[in-house]
Design a protein around this ligand. Structure first.
Ligand SMILES: [Zn+2]
Length: 498
């Protein structure tokens, strides 16, 4: 028995003007064939899948197709996506025959001229293998699930958690699903409801009993414990996609249609009823920094959703940095920036150099305002570490050559590539203990809570400029379907699964 596996993973953000090209996939590793299987045997969804399949009594042979993973960012260029899809198709044609396929996808990847990359990939794979080879795909909870994705796979297995601490387990669930299709020959029936609804991520913490998302995670996990249910998922799409089919979705696959449809309708109705519970509480930037400075004992974390690299923003924002340097902090105040030009200049001048740096407004000019700041080069480092927590399990991260710049007790960690700039392991890699700091800026809307919720004295979500604003409905969208909540606040709706 041969099972083919592959990964295409990026969350795109159409407000980020910096296009994603093939070189953006290189830091996380482009792999094919056996190298894919060996490099990712313990990593994220593919790791969970590989672990599970190796315990099957049938002992299937795993055939690596292609793995392309890039940190969230702007849409891919047409040439980039054409080459990636070509590589997947070529790898699959070489791998045939196979009896099942697992693809670890994000579900919110967009290319210029191609708003549904995953739907396109699944469609091409289906064309090659025909209607009888089961295809299972896993998706991020922030996927934009489309009709084409549902049609292209026998089952879509979604993360159940945000922060995403179940990436490995999602791969294990995908293996269980594929085994039911390939070995047990179960005939899956999928119900799919698209909700005219996009919700902010800030309060959607599935691990917090006070959050609206907590009960939805419990609902999904209870549903999947039913032997008649193959998989059940809720995708509250990430909002920064100006594309025609934007919207949240519930997708349930079961052994009979009635079960799938009933669960799908029940959850979709519940999400719609609770939609206002997702609206975030934000603190104005200057006020948040002032309040943080007042509480100088313990760690204050400022969640910077708008410039979240996790949400596909550039990570080049300077607004919080500009506010932080107005204060004297008793212990380090740590913030981050994706600024290859700043890294190059600091590396050129060397450790100990003091100079006037010009930061921001280079990669992106709309939200990132240039800031002129007196700095000292404290450290040069290579931002390579292993991410375990939100988004990753044993995930090798490479944010490239990086520097620590100091202004008073404010430390700016500037990197060459984007990455998980919220991660404690990133700050540790730069020589800091983030939990001993006065303040940490986490460029993440919610996922950072997995690491900081229990250890921070206070967490505030700040209203700041960036490509991934919390109050996204106040920003111009041209292509989204209307009516759509919260743009159309008075919209009434009820579920009717397709
Ligand atoms: Zn996500």
């Amino acid at each position: 028995m041969r099972i083919a596996i592959g990964q295409l993973w990026q969350e795109s953000n159409t407000f980020n003007p910096v296009p994603t090209t093939r070189s953006d996939f290189e830091p996380l590793g482009i792999y094919f064939g056996d190298e894919l299987v060996s490099k990712l045997a313990d990593v994220n969804e593919l790791g969970g899948f590989i672990h599970s399949v190796r315990s099957w009594p049938e002992m299937p042979q795993l055939v690596g197709l292609a793995r392309f993973g890039a940190w969230p960012g702007g849409p891919a260029t047409p040439e980039t996506i054409a080459a990636i899809l070509h590589d997947f198709v070529a790898a699959l044609e070489k791998a045939l025959p196979v009896e099942g396929i697992y693809l670890a996808l994000h579900g919110a990847m967009v290319a210029d001229g191609m708003p549904d990359v995953e739907g396109e990939l699944l469609g091409r794979v289906r064309t090659i293998v025909g209607p009888t080879v089961p295809i299972v795909a896993s998706l991020d909870l922030h996927a934009n699930v489309t009709q084409r994705m549902v049609a292209g796979a026998e089952a879509l297995v979604l993360y159940h958690t945000a922060p995403h601490i179940d990436v490995f387990e999602t791969g294990q669930r995908a293996a269980k699903v594929l085994r039911r299709l390939v070995v047990d020959k179960v005939r899956p029936q999928t119900a799919f409801v698209k909700l005219p609804l996009v919700v902010p991520a800030e309060r959607a913490n599935t691990q917090d009993p006070a959050s609206v998302s907590f009960g939805f995670r419990e609902f999904l996990q209870r549903a999947e414990a039913d032997p008649e249910v193959i998989c059940a998922g809720l995708a509250t799409v990430q909002p920064w996609l100006d594309i025609p089919e934007l919207g949240s979705a519930v997708v349930v696959t079961a052994t009979h249609r009635g079960k799938a449809t009933a669960l799908c309708r029940e959850l979709a109705e519940a999400v719609w009823q609770r939609r206002r519970d997702y609206l975030p509480e934000l603190v104005d930037l200057a006020e948040a920094v002032r309040l943080a400075h007042e509480q100088s004992d313990g760690l204050i974390v400022l969640g910077d959703a708008a410039d979240a690299t996790n949400s596909g923003s550039t990570g080049e924002g300077t607004a919080i940095l500009a506010e932080l340097v107005k204060y004297a902090w008793p212990r380090p105040a740590l913030t981050t920036m994706v600024a290859p030009y700043a890294v190059a200049e600091a590396a050129h001048r060397g450790v100990g150099a003091r100079y006037t740096a010009r930061l921001g407004g280079v990669r992106e000019q709309r939200y990132s305002r240039p800031l002129t700041l007196e700095v000292e080069v404290v450290r040069l480092f290579d931002a390579r570490f292993t991410l375990t927590g939100h988004i990753g399990r044993n995930m090798p991260i490479n944010m490239g050559p990086s520097v620590v710049l100091r202004h008073g007790n404010v430390y700016l960690l500037a990197t060459t590539h984007s990455g998980p700039q919220f991660a404690p392991a990133f700050f540790q890699c730069a020589g800091f203990d983030p939990f001993a700091a006065s303040l940490v800026v986490a460029k993440s809307p919610c996922g950072f809570r997995a690491a900081y919720q229990d250890r921070a004295r206070r967490i505030m979500m700040v209203r700041s400029p960036g490509c991934a604003p919390s109050e996204f409905w106040r920003h111009p969208y041209a292509r989204i379907p209307r009516p759509l909540w919260p743009w159309d606040e008075g919209l009434s709706w009820s579920a009717a699964p397709a």
